[in-house]
Ligand binder design. Structure first.
Ligand SMILES: Cc1cc2nc3c(=O)[nH]c(=O)nc-3n(C[C@H](O)[C@H](O)[C@H](O)COP(=O)(O)O)c2cc1C
Length: 364
């Protein structure tokens, strides 16, 4: 028996299934967002690492492939604090590894992309293009930016890793909160990377936020199939946001090495700040090991460290080695399957219905 699973948030966003394909900078593409949207989920573009001009093009390219609503996501981190001594020490620590691949570390590293909190050109793109949804990671922009986006009729979402962050998001007038558990792939959305991290898992965080907030909650982290989505809905979430599950879709920008690593059922993930300068979960690799070593110096601020990480990855990749890549993935990585996005959304929806049906069966 097929049941349509509806939630107020899914209805509000015009979705036929309460599934959100997570924004993933460097991985999401217009083709991925459009295919997810065309299948009835909310497609998303991660434009946090793009210029305003590139984001405008990505939005236009997505619109050419779908009539359905989709979201756009930006980073709201505190702009980087440069520290020449820390950066020089980090580059000199990595230098022998660059040399293994016949390269030298860059002479200097810097802030490779602009935070939305100071990116007026990106704000203008959103006000001109009016995507259905804009979501924020690493905190929130100021009140005037939030008001401008709301006045433009854009639905806003913010990412929380704690009750405190969630209450601040609700207080700022944001329409929905993403509860990002410690299991999640990619960067932790923590507002202040220097603050103590409670490391709440998706299950506890989602339930805490559902109980404490008035606005709808979206669960994110470690959800890979319909059973996971059913669990999120049982906790009171109004949608589930899946990132890792969509990385292996042919429409994503993931490279061959990332796809191969995800296809390994023994894939292991870890949390590190050595790749970008902020804590993020990805497939365990040698750059993470370097960051964990007892003689590792302090890692430069985000995203300055990312400049070094990307240069090291490029040097290694040129020699056929992908052991320094930022292959962000959540704890459910071993459950990945390589399906086209439309088929994946259809499979997730069918599994969700089966799971709900099965749970009803348990009730006798
Ligand atoms: C490869 C990758 C890149 C990501 N990039 C972003 C991003 O640009 N913006 C963002 O808000 N979240 C980003 N995330 C986090 C996702 O929004 C989401 O919280 C996470 O994927 C959920 O956990 P899961 O991967 O276990 O499904 C990324 C996640 C992955 C796996």
């Amino acid at each position: 028996m097929s049941v349509q699973v509806r939630t107020p948030l899914a209805e509000r966003l015009g979705l036929s299934t309460p599934i959100i394909q997570a924004p993933m900078a460097g991985v999401t593409t217009p083709a991925l967002a459009a295919a997810s949207a065309n299948a009835g989920a909310l497609g998303f573009l991660g434009v946090g690492a793009m210029t305003a001009q590139a984001a405008r093009k990505a939005i236009a390219d997505t619109r050419a492939l779908t009539q359905r609503p989709f979201g756009v996501n930006v980073f709201c981190h505190r702009p980087a604090v440069a520290n020449a001594a820390v950066q020089a020490a980090w580059l000199s620590y990595l230098a022998p590894v660059f040399r293994e691949f016949g390269a030298e570390p860059p002479a200097t590293i810097g802030e490779i992309y602009t935070s939305f909190v100071q990116d007026d050109a990106m704000l203008q793109v959103f006000l001109d293009e009016r995507p259905a949804v804009v979501s924020f990671h690493f905190g929130l922009p100021d009140e005037s930016r939030i008001r401008a986006l709301r006045d433009a009729g854009i639905f806003l979402m913010g990412c929380a890793t704690s009750v405190d962050e969630a209450l601040r998001i609700q207080q700022a007038g944001i329409d929905a909160v993403v509860a990002q558990g410690y299991e999640a792939g990619g960067h932790r959305g923590v507002f202040d990377p220097r603050a103590r991290d409670e490391r709440l898992g998706t299950l506890a965080l989602t339930r805490l936020l559902v109980r404490r907030l008035e606005v709808p909650v979206v669960a994110a982290g470690g959800i890979m199939d319909g059973a996971g989505i059913a669990a999120a809905l049982a906790l009171g979430a109004q949608a589930a946001q899946l990132g890792t599950a969509f990385v292996s879709c042919p429409e994503s920008a993931a490279d061959t090495a990332f796809r191969a690593a995800l296809a390994d059922p023994k894939a292991v993930t870890a949390m590190t700040d050595a790749i970008s300068g902020r804590r993020a979960r990805g497939l365990y690799n040698r750059l993470m090991r370097l960051g964990e070593a007892h003689d590792s110096p302090a890692v430069p601020d985000y995203p300055i460290a990312y400049d070094a990480g990307k240069a090291l990855n490029a040097a290694a990749k040129a020699r056929g080695n992908s052991d320094f890549a930022a292959q962000w993935a959540g704890q459910g990585a071993g459950l990945s399957r390589a399906l086209p996005a439309g088929e994946l959304v259809a499979a997730l929806s069918a599994e969700l219905e089966q799971s709900l049906h099965g749970l009803r069966g348990l009730a006798g």
